[in-house]
Design a binder for this molecule. Sequence first.
Ligand SMILES: CC1=C(CCC(=O)O)c2cc3nc(cc4[nH]c(cc5[nH]c(cc1n2)c(C)c5CCC(=O)O)c(CCC(=O)O)c4C)C(CCC(=O)O)=C3C
Ligand SMILES: [Fe+2]
Length: 376
Amino acid sequence: MTEAAVTENGGAYTAVLFSSFGGPEKHEDVIPFLRNVTRGRGIPDERLEEVATHYRALGGRSPINEQNRALIARLEAELKRRRIDLPVYWGNRNWEPYVADTVRDMHNDGHTKVVGLVTSAYSSYSSCHQYHEDFRKALDETGLMGTLAIDKARVYYNHPGFLEPVVDGVKSALEAHRANGHEPEAIEILFSTHSIPTTMADVSGPKSSWEKGSGGWYVAQHEAAIEYVMARVREDLGAEQTPENYQLVYQSRSGAPHVPWLEPDINDVIDELEARSAVVVVPIGFVTDHVEVVWDLDTEAKETAENKGLAFVRVATSGSDDRFIGALADLVQEAVTPGFERRAVIDLPGALENEKRTGDCGLECCLVRTPEGTFA
Ligand SMILES: CC1=C(CCC(=O)O)c2cc3nc(cc4[nH]c(cc5[nH]c(cc1n2)c(C)c5CCC(=O)O)c(CCC(=O)O)c4C)C(CCC(=O)O)=C3C
Ligand SMILES: [Fe+2]
């Protein structure tokens, strides 16, 4: 049976739109894909060439699409198990199936109101607002604005189904290092996320919180997530077995060199580590093991660590864990099941109130890109 709520604008949710970044599937797709990603973004050609080599090394194929297909199949099964009978459609920003084509399919199948789920857990233009824009553009392009409503679910960096698998991953990594004789004080835990321009970070989250140089909600959410994970690790392993050395680092910077992006870069941090014998790398900014993880971390950062003689363990992304699928199903239920609890284990001071009220950082969040490709 479909469990559907009547919402303010009258309709019931009858489907889910699962939306992601998209990635190439074969060599010929690589350059067209990169052109899609960087259209109007001021990314230098040399950077594109460099990124193309990462995809080439993987056979011209990003693992992201098959990972998303697997997530969708597991989500559909979990929704069925919960007796939420909503089909899950899939539409990407940068590669087939494109959001606009999927929107047309959903309309042809008779849907008028759907829940939007995205594969980014945090607030920023790239990870949140741009998905709102993708949906809006797709509706404009198909002439379905006003006919089909897509309500994007909230950010979920604070959902236990996203964070608890990270806790377990960090614990297993520490145990692996310990088994090889690395003492806690010789281990550095590096929580890694995607760098973004500092101007983009400063305006992440609702307008009321924007402040130059603050890093915005994007940085604050990561810092809070990391504190939660470390507190949970300490709770489970005890203070003695828990390294005191951990930090937020950034990866995958692009853009022109003179444009400031969030720092420090993970490779610079590894290069400068002293009195450590091992690192644990935690891809806390990502949901699945796509190219930013298997190349930028498992290949590049790993090599940086090995050159320094440091043992390297990379923690799994949460997408492989059933609790993460539970979190996605919870987000669907937050929309379709009246009174469904919004689970969150982090209270971000001054911010969560708004987030709780709107269920998101909101349509006005995480603005805005100027034509020059920088962020105002
Ligand atoms: C915050 C964030 C996430 C995390 C949240 C989320 O997951 O959404 C993310 C994820 C991803 N980024 C990805 C790939 C790329 N990102 C690029 C470029 C950029 N990313 C940015 C930000 C983010 N990116 C930004 C500000 C740019 C500059 C240009 C622009 O403003 O758009 C470029 C262009 C070349 C380059 O310079 O790297 C590529 C190829 C893939 C796919 C991997 C695969 O194929 O398996 C994924 C999941
Ligand atoms: Fe990216």
